[in-house]
Design a protein around this ligand. Structure first.
Ligand code: ARG
Length: 591
């Protein structure tokens, strides 16, 4: 296992001294140490005795819903989780249905580690709250085989019909270095990147806020492309440099799909190191949400030792192993405010339950599509934010292969026969997962966003795999990928699923105010009674969308909001996000 440097130093707030400390997702909009809050031995807070055991509806069993449900259970509330599809949300690991016996040496018991990560697959080590939960469950991580990393071994870059083979950036032509240097210099000159990161390393919230707040006001309305095309560092370079920047420019590459997004959004990614030092979860990240569902609490003032979220839910009538301890409730059809102020949650089955508090972690558009909501539950300005929030498309297609054949060395070139591949062709990114010698390997033939994902949208898994292989054959003429494939391809387009409508949020220029409204909604003291008691969390609400850390942090905001809603409070030595919000909350722009 690779140790993640951020995790050990995140154990208490005091250890964040000096610039050797890691960059973490500490703000920048709201520099609150969620990692320290959630790890503190004092716990997250205390509820009044009469609130213990009260039910809270949690809509959505993804990572935001399950982190919130787990922490609410620890506090002594009774979370009731509603899940329309499958626990895990966009942390979904599909196990390959491999043939049980294979002639050519593939695993014969079907129990290989061959998984396709359909949603989140690479987790930056700066995501210290997310890693807290991985550690809690003892899940192992390993470096993700991203372009130009040691874990990938080698990388092939294929742009405009030209192909380069590289192990590190130094192996590529000068053009690539010029692009990388222009980007670094532009970020430093315009935003003072190293100063922002130093404030994060030392957890100097005041300095970080004073730097970041100015950037927000000036940069919310500028697109990523405008920044790149106008920066003086790029001005003397060619258009080709900009194209190359878009295709391999920074981090994991392929960022031209984001050119229309707000520059603030992209800057957050860089400042918090979300697109570098990423790890995968061995055996599949879905083990995390499912693990939280089955994780016993031992320190709850209400629940006996050994209580799990699963055990708090009613078992299904059929006594099969998997369902013995209870399953979440089904899809939600409507949310209504009752005369007594409680909120009624109706399932598509027709069953109705009412609650003092409801947490909606689903994609925000579902509150106007799948779920029929009383309009009065949210202000019109919040509805504007929920509905304008913009989601990005993404598709992936995977195949299992008999073994990691790509590691074989071509005797003529002395290079691997196939590498992690970044290209401007249809596939965009191809990732190779080695599960050990004589084990089936997994190839993510294509992972793409936006227009490239839409090109795949109408097609079956077979057709998508065929299209991807055809593109790869142009890059690797003579390599027979097909002969290694075992079983059927696995594919996903999150935008075609009515419970997701996209893969992750990507804020457009001018969206900061929307994010601000949604993010701060857990602070409900000043809201009219008609809008209180319903909380929001998840990727839609996050300031760092497309990374699970944002889902976790917004879930923890909601936990603070719900704790307060039931008359509880945090420990004086371990203030929570709502306690620090008046002082450190995201800057408000004039409406
Ligand atoms: N975190 C996701 C990944 O590593 C998405 C990154 C892209 N984010 C974005 N806004 N385009 O693939």
């Amino acid at each position: 296992m690779t140790t993640f440097p951020s995790a050990e130093s995140a154990s208490c707030a005091d250890s964040f001294g000096g610039s050797a400390a890691p960059v973490t997702v500490f703000g920048p909009d709201f520099p609150f140490g969620y990692d320290a809050w959630v790890k503190a031995p004092t716990g997250l807070g205390v509820l009044p005795a009469e609130a213990l055991g009260r039910e809270v509806a949690v809509i959505g069993g993804g990572i935001a819903g399950l982190v919130a449900a787990y922490e609410l259970m620890r506090l002594g509330l009774r979370p009731v989780v509603y899940e329309a599809e499958r626990l895990g949300g966009r942390l979904r690991s599909e196990r390959f249905p491999l043939p049980t016996a294979h002639d050519d040496g593939a695993s014969s018991d079907g129990s290989s580690e061959a998984v396709a990560e359909l949603g989140g697959m690479r987790f930056p080590v700066s995501s210290t709250s997310f890693y807290h939960y991985l550690e809690l469950l003892g899940l192992r991580t390993e470096p993700f085989p991203n372009p130009l990393t040691e874990a990938a071994g080698s990388t092939v870059i294929d742009l405009g019909g030209e192909t380069w083979y590289a192990e590190t950036l130094a192996d590529l032509p000068d053009l690539f270095k010029e692009v990388a240097e222009a980007w670094d210099a532009a970020l430093e000159r315009e935003f003072g990147l190293s100063g922002l990161q130093e404030a994060i390393r030392t957890r100097d919230a005041q300095t970080l806020k004073s730097l970041w707040n100015k950037i927000v006001a000036a940069w919310d309305e500028t697109s990523f492309y405008e920044f790149v095309s106008r920066a003086e560092e790029f001005a003397d370079l060619s258009f080709r440099h900009r194209e190359v920047f878009g295709q391999v420019g920074f981090g994991t590459g392929g960022w031209d799909s984001d050119f229309a997004n707000s520059m603030l959004e992209i800057l957050r990614v860089v400042v918090t190191e979300c697109d570098s030092h990423q790890e995968l979860v061995v055996g599949g990240v879905e083990q995390l949400p499912v693990g939280l569902w089955n994780r016993a609490v031992n320190d709850s003032p209400r629940w006996p030792k050994g209580t799990t979220l699963a055990s708090l839910h009613t078992p299904r009538p059929d006594p099969s192993e998997a369902s013995r301890t209870g399953t979440p409730r089904g899809a939600v059809a409507s949310l209504r405010r009752l005369a007594d102020g409680r909120i009624a949650v109706t399932e598509t089955s027709g069953e109705v339950c009412s609650y003092d508090a409801v947490l909606a972690t689903c994609q925000s558009w579902l509150l106007t599509t799948e779920i029929d909501c009383d309009e009065s539950l949210f202000s019109q300005s919040l509805w504007m934010a929920l509905d304008r929030t913009r989601y990005m498309q993404s598709s992936k297609t995977f195949v299992a292969v008999d073994h990691s054949f790509w590691k074989e060395i071509d005797p003529h070139t002395g290079r691997q026969v196939m590498s992690m591949t970044l290209t401007d062709r249809l596939t965009r990114g191809t990732y190779l997962f080695d599960n050990g010698p004589d084990q089936p390997g997994v190839i993510c033939l294509t992972y793409s966003w936006m227009s490239d994902a839409l090109k795949m949208l109408p097609y079956s898994a077979e057709k998508r795999a065929e299209l991807a292989i055809r593109a790869l054959e142009k890059i690797y003429p003579g390599l027979d990928i097909r002969s290694h494939i075992i079983g059927e391809p696995v594919t996903v387009s999150w935008e075609s699923n009515p419970y997701f409508l996209g893969a992750f949020k990507g804020a457009l220029p001018g969206h900061y105010r929307y994010n601000h409204r949604m993010y701060g909604h857990f602070m409900q003291e000043d809201m009219p009674d008609s809008e209180r008691g319903i909380f929001l969390a998840g990727d839609s609400i996050s300031f760092t969308p497309a990374w699970a850390e944002g889902a976790v942090q917004t879930a923890l905001n909601a936990v603070w909001g719900i704790l307060t809603h039931f008359g509880g409070r945090t420990h004086p030595e371990n203030p929570g996000p709502g306690d620090r919000y008046p002082e450190l909350g995201p800057v408000e722009l004039p409406e």
